[in-house]
Design a protein around this ligand. Structure first.
Ligand SMILES: CC(C)=CCC/C(C)=C/CC/C(C)=C/CC/C(C)=C/[C@@H]1[C@@H](COP(=O)(O)OP(=O)(O)O)[C@]1(C)CC/C=C(\C)CC/C=C(\C)CCC=C(C)C
Ligand SMILES: [Mn+2]
Length: 389
């Protein structure tokens, strides 16, 4: 991974990269906080001491506002118009995107296949976002993670703002720089993801779900917010932009909660527990129980609650997929269905996520792909009609 992501050949460096670019946690005792962000927004207005969900929802509104005007003007097919300013080196830019596609194909095969159904402009933009997210995660999870200092994170953030201003540092940055110049993507979710990685470097316990939710937003909810402006919203969609962004946020949160539940043992071996401490205590469990890694009835019961909550976020996400532009629905459904099955696999392992890795086998994956395709055929109006029947 690192070799692919970090090595830039001298030849590429020698070329002007510029030429690539056209112009408070509240404690809730023994009760899972399963509120989703839509209801949280009204609370945010009424309640000055806001929860993470409420604060995140404000960010969602900001993102949604960015594209709302464009929707009104029915001008969301932004990716189709590529302006030429005479200084762009299109060959090099195409090569940069191709590289992003290669990285994506290597690290996320199923997802890569899904992107092949999207329009070429959207597909390569999603690849560029994917690579930036992967690289950001690599900073704290990769082989060089122990050398990553706050200064290094600062440099990474400076690189981000530079590429948003049209000053990319390498090929991968150049692809993203081009993407953000063509689609109404805001820098905030990217900055927030970096913030999440910073948090991960200094924090290994989460007092309650409110704290965990914020972490999940930073490292995963942000991906939804980055992706929607590129994936596009179906012109026929009657649903508010905010609701669609909320669903996208929910998908990121659901995926990360699932990741966390799958990796409990692996994380514990690194001294990390991404589970709400207050909920563990309510179930009569402590850090020592996690480190011991024994599946008990207390653990099963705790896990049932966690899985239930993750599924609620998937349900919320489902409400938004049909609103996406038609070619973007399939990869989203595919990733949603595949990820959600990891929760089934944890159950099938009798909640042993200490020593058994829950995974979705090839056969199940193969079945999910046509299932995702079938669902993707349902656009906004059709789904509403079905519900009405
Ligand atoms: C309306 C609606 C539902 C729209 C869809 C919106 C959408 C496309 C949401 C995407 C949600 C998504 C795939 C989130 C990623 C969540 C995730 C797994 C985050 C991981 C973080 C850190 O986790 P950890 O370190 O614990 O895990 P590892 O052991 O390292 O795996 C991440 C690794 C952060 C980095 C994220 C990525 C590399 C994924 C980026 C993906 C995209 C840009 C493409 C998203 C598009 C599709 C079609 C799924
Ligand atoms: Mn990671």
């Amino acid at each position: 991974m690192s070799a692919i992501l970090w090595v830039v050949s001298p030849k590429e460096n020698a070329q002007s990269l510029l030429s690539l670019i056209p112009r408070n946690g509240r404690r809730r005792r023994c009760k899972f906080n399963s509120r989703l962000s839509l209801s949280a927004y009204s609370n945010a207005v009424a309640n000055p001491s806001r929860s993470s969900e409420e604060r995140v929802y404000e960010l969602v509104l900001k993102q949604a506002a960015l594209v709302r005007e464009l929707r009104k003007e029915s001008a969301l097919d932004l990716g189709k118009t590529i302006e030429t300013d005479g200084t762009t080196d299109w060959n090099l830019l195409n090569k940069a995107y191709e590289r992003c596609g290669e990285v994506c194909a290597e690290y996320a095969k199923t997802f890569y296949l899904g992107t092949l159904l999207m329009t070429p402009e959207r597909r390569r933009a999603i690849w560029a976002i994917y690579v930036w997210c992967r690289r950001t995660d690599e900073l704290v999870d990769g082989p060089n993670a122990s050398h990553i200092t706050p200064k290094a994170m600062e440099r990474w953030e400076k690189r981000l703002t530079d590429l948003f201003e049209g000053r990319p540092y390498d090929m991968y940055d150049a692809a993203l720089s081009d993407t953000v110049s063509k689609f109404p993507v805001d820098v905030q979710p990217f900055k927030d993801m970096i913030e999440g990685m910073r948090l991960d470097l200094r924090k290994s316990r989460y007092d309650n779900f409110d704290e965990l939710y914020l972490y999940c937003y930073y490292v995963a909810g942000t991906v939804g917010l980055m992706s929607v402006p590129v994936m596009g919203i179906a012109p026929k969609s009657k649903v508010s932009t905010e609701r669609i962004y909320n669903a996208a946020l929910a998908l990121g949160i659901a995926n990360q909660l699932t990741n966390i539940l799958r990796d409990v043992g692996e994380d514990a071996r690194r001294g990390r527990i991404y589970l709400p401490q207050d909920e563990l205590a309510c179930s009569g469990l402590s850090d020592e129980d996690i480190f011991r890694g024994k599946v008990t009835d207390k653990w099963r019961s705790f896990m049932k609650g966690q899985i239930k909550r993750a599924r609620m976020f998937f349900d919320e996400a489902e409400k938004g997929v049909a609103e996406l532009s038609s070619a973007s629905r399939w990869p989203v459904w595919a990733s949603l269905l595949l990820y959600r099955q990891i929760l089934d696999a944890i159950e099938a392992n009798d909640y042993n996520n200490f020593t058994k890795r829950a995974y979705v086998g090839k056969a199940k994956k193969l079945v999910s792909l046509p299932a995702a395709y079938g669902r993707a055929l349902l656009g906004p109006s059709k789904l509403v009609e079905l519900v009405k029947r």
